[in-house]
Design a protein around this ligand. Sequence first.
Ligand SMILES: Nc1ncnc2c1ncn2[C@@H]1O[C@H](COP(=O)(O)OP(=O)(O)OP(=O)(O)O)[C@@H](O)[C@H]1O
Length: 314
Amino acid sequence: MIEISNLCKSFNEVEVLKGIDLKVEKGSIFALLGSNGAGKTTMIKILSTLLKPDGGTVKLAGIDVAKKPSEVKKHIALTGQYAAVDEILTGRENLDMIGKLLDIDNRKEKVEMLLMKFKLLEDANRRVSTYSGGMKRKIDIAMSLIGRPSVIFLDEPTTGLDPMSRKSMWKMIKELSETGITIFLTTQYLDEAEYLADKIAIVNGGVIIAEGTNDELKDIIASNIIKLSFGSEEDTYKAQLILKDYHPVMDVNSCELKIETHESMVQVFEVFDVLKNHHIKIKNFEKKKASLEEVFLKVISEDSEREACNAIGD
Ligand SMILES: Nc1ncnc2c1ncn2[C@@H]1O[C@H](COP(=O)(O)OP(=O)(O)OP(=O)(O)O)[C@@H](O)[C@H]1O
């Protein structure tokens, strides 16, 4: 549904996007992750025709976004971090206004159907200025659905929402995806990407540094993690010293060490052997896959280190 090739964009000589290549499958949920200022919103603006790229191509449903923006607009909807709703109007009036602008058939019915779907019927005649953050976000998404888009861009859809509203937004996004709409979202919440996305890409320094399904990212980039717990602080400190070549991360309070293992079980047995030889008893042992957060932090820090080394080399 979306094909991005060698996408570049600079602002005042600062290169924000330095050659992005991505593909998003029809009907899937795609999450773009990145730190503050990584270029996520810039990318969404280009994909949704609001900003012209400096180079590269973007095709949406096979249509070139730069060459035929008005064609592309018929297929897409954009909702932002800051709800684009008119606060003075009621929820119903907001939906009706967009319906009029888009000259939608059966507008009234469509508006009522969306109010019902988003559980906003009871509050439909209240001014949006009196809505909670979660309700504003709902009306924003409902407005974007009036034109029956095939792709919806959600820029940080749950930023600023409380945990309950986040969960209900997640449910709504899943339901939208089940109707066949392709969803492209940006987020800073790793659990959000982990829960929602069929595919995830991490943008850093203007390029995509990792891409894949949740499991692929964890498999390809991250190693497995072993968690060892000990009977005392003393043993934990000793184990940390003995295992220093494995770069353990220590949590003294819970007497735990976390170690990354890069190869199957071989390193796990090595660690056991070393501890046994030093007569340190392991109280508990757990082997788990890295979380997406661990993957994210690792690839970002490795990429930044590489950049720093390159800069020194230059
Ligand atoms: N119109 C503009 N003029 C100049 N610089 C801009 C403009 N828009 C964005 N930038 C810069 O481009 C970089 C990327 O911004 P962008 O908003 O795309 O990042 P982001 O990943 O969405 O960040 P955040 O997570 O903080 O929203 C930032 O350094 C920002 O200051």
